[in-house]
Design a protein around this ligand. Structure first.
Ligand code: ADP
Ligand code: MG
Length: 404
């Protein structure tokens, strides 16, 4: 189903509430990584160019329905103002003022919206300070909706959540997808709608339960599935091989067995590691060794894919025409356990000219950034969970409300 997008919107003189994803990492009260703010700029600029009154709202972190001082959106305002200013200046346009309100609903916000001059950009306080946000409370959605004439959704990272700001408001106002949402959906559709084959899915990371479930939908679609990370440990256990003290989700072992059978039925090749990096201590990585599956000791933890596996996975990637990667191959935060993840990142970068490559997932994207390979991938998704659910073929509530 096509989405109604910002391209069809005439917003001149209108108040537009844009749900953006400013859930950025903070360090000592400042923005440590502005990627997500940059990702929202095309939509904000387009609205400004149409002379709309721009109102931005976002969540930040997990305040769980109450005010958490360290999770206010104040540090974001100056960064946004600077980034917008640079872009406007380049276009030969006047800079704008970003006005941060200390609330997102109620009388204080109403007067903030009323007082704003035509080119001011208003930034609301953290939506999740109110329990109504995550509960998709109709009264909370109504209070947000009454502040605007139109709604634009540009927070791809939260479109898999039915919250007040992603679904409730969209049902109360004419709702459109922003450029980021449009671009994410287009790139991800290329993975699942008539993909160029072979289609290779690479799945790793730690959030085993959520990921094995989406695998059920992905397996029949893919030609090859390469498994790594902690998720591989559950498969290894399902095959009856030793896992030592590795991180395994025991209640998912049966699901993993089912996935192995499903792969056979659907003639999808599911690859498990041929060798691993093991350690008996996560904090003392110097003793890490590369072992074969039958060499795992009782105290060993599998923390990365081994050298043989790196090569085997690389071969599969080299022959793919579409690649989707979610989840690191190991505990990549520690240098000694990062080589498998880095090898996959490099392999994806190396097929830039022959395959459509898409990466999603918070940690997978950090690994790409650490490897300095962000620009060598066709699409790096800003939404880990959302991208995974999208390729799994699930209906995302925040997109369903934008359908034309
Ligand atoms: P993403 O954010 O890319 O979706 P996840 O959040 O699912 O990825 O998982 C990332 C985490 O998985 C990393 O912090 C990494 O340390 C952890 N991880 C990867 N492999 C293993 C493993 N073998 N054992 C324990 N943790 C692992
Ligand atoms: Mg993660």
């Amino acid at each position: 189903m096509p989405l109604r997008t910002i391209r069809e919107l005439s917003a001149t003189g209108k108040r537009v509430l844009a749900r953006v994803d400013f859930n950025v990492p903070l360090q000592n009260g400042t923005v440590a990584d502005d990627t997500r703010i940059r990702a929202a700029l095309p939509t904000i600029l387009a609205l400004l160019q149409q002379e709309a009154h721009v109102i931005l709202c976002s969540h930040l972190g997990r305040p769980k329905g109450q005010v958490v001082e360290s999770l206010r959106l104040d540090p974001i305002a100056p960064v946004l103002q600077e980034l917008l200013g640079d872009q406007l200046q380049q276009a030969g346009e006047q800079r704008v003022l970003v006005i941060k309100c200390d609330e997102c609903i109620g009388p204080a916000v109403e007067s903030c919206v009323q007082r704003a001059a035509s080119r001011d950009v208003i930034l609301f306080e953290n939506l999740r300070f109110h329990p109504g946000e995550e509960q998709n409370d109709p009264a909370f959605a109504q209070q947000l909706a009454k502040l605007a004439d139109l709604y634009v959704s540009d927070a791809f990272g939260t479109v898999h959540r039915a919250h007040a700001s992603t679904v409730g408001v969209a049902q109360l106002l004419p709702a459109y997808a922003g450029f980021l949402v449009e671009q994410e959906v287009a790139a991800l559709r290329q993975v699942i709608d008539a993909p160029q084959r072979p289609l290779t899915i690479i799945l790793g990371g730690a959030k085993i339960s959520g990921k094995i479930e989406v695998l059920e939908n992905l397996l029949p679609l893919a030609d090859n599935v390469l498994v790594g990370g902690a998720i591989a440990n559950t498969f290894i256990k399902a095959k009856g091989l030793p896992v030592g003290k590795s991180y395994v989700e025991d209640d998912m072992v049966e699901t993993a067995s089912r996935m192995l059978a499903l792969a056979k039925e659907s003639s999808t090749e599911l690859f498990l590691p041929l060798d691993y990096i093991v350690t008996d201590s996560l904090t003392e990585p110097s003793g890490a060794t590369n072992v074969n599956p039958d060499q795992i000791g009782l105290e060993d933890m599998v923390v990365d894919i081994g050298k043989k596996t790196q090569k085997a996975y690389r071969d599969v990637i080299e022959h793919a025409r579409t690649v989707f990667w979610n989840g690191p191959m190991g505990v990549f935060e520690t240098e000694q356990f990062s080589h498998g993840t880095m090898a996959i990142a490099k392999a994806l970068a190396d097929v830039y000219n022959t395959a459509h490559t898409v990466v999603g997932g918070g940690e997978s994207v950090s690994a790409l950034r650490a490897a300095n390979l962000m620009d060598s991938i066709h699409h790096v998704s800003t939404g880990g969970g959302a991208s995974l659910e999208f390729v799994a073929g699930r209906e995302l509530p925040g997109l369903a409300v934008l359908q034309a």
